[in-house]
Design a protein around this ligand. Sequence first.
Ligand code: SF4
Length: 326
Amino acid sequence: MALVEKVRLSLGTAIQLGLEAGFLDPCFTTAFLMTYRDGKCNANCAFCPQARESTSSSDRLSRISWPVYSFDEVLDSLDTIDTFRRYCIQSLNYPQAVEDVASILKELRVKTSLPVSVSIHPLDSTGITRLHDAGATSIGVAFDACTPELFDEVKGKKRGAPYRWETHLKALQDALEIFGQGNVTTHLVIGLGETEKEAADFILTMNKMGISVGLFALTGVRGTTLEKEKPPELSTYRRMQALRFLISHGYLTETEVVIDSEGALKVELDASLLGVLLSSGEAFRTSGCQGCNRPFYNERPSGPMYNYPRPLTPEEAADALALTGW
Ligand code: SF4
């Protein structure tokens, strides 16, 4: 019997594993697991249904529901599926979190040699090494906010939460040493009140450090402090996606990123070259670890699609590119 008794699975993952009824999607390439605890996270991020002070149902993370299963049952069900390309473990912040994630990793490693990413609160280098040695192939520590001031407001001091900007940065630097470049990620939520310049500067800084950025659109989930906040303008989100894509592929340098008089992000690249680089629509797909698609994490099935979990049609790609205004 596994040391960890229970885990949560994203509903989509549970369906793919045959643990719930539903549509079997051959494009569902990442299995999402979340640590289980009886209660909420010790942290208090203003947008998160798992936050200490949120009144949301505790089976939610963003728009997705995460039912609880016996971990043994989940491990058995893994024998029935070969469409996953990656596993992703999301951890809440609580005293046993590292122990639990290490145990989950060890059991998964008996079953699979696929990449396993862990998204967790900042750890010291001993904790990071522990997860690396237990079988994690990449690690993410989510900044979510792009400036120290916004960070304090949505998940740090002003939330009575344990997080500090400097500690997040240090954990990511240590993770780079232990996991190596290309295996360390952070998250950025667009729509928390940042300017396009602030978000762009954050993406540029992370890219320079060798940390990849997964983009999320603010989603006002009922029961969270930010439940009434609107999602970001789609045009702003498209510019951030395009910037992240161009920078992370080395198609753009920092000096080619400018802000116009309206505060909107522009890039100094030839329009025809931009068309070549962005017309496939790749830039507008879900970003994060390789192979991650997080279907409907931020968006209602009726749209708008902030992050496409699949290749875009030529029309969708043209519309997304046009929205950048570039
Ligand atoms: S640390 Fe993660 S799970 Fe905990 S409140 Fe913040 S976003 Fe939610």
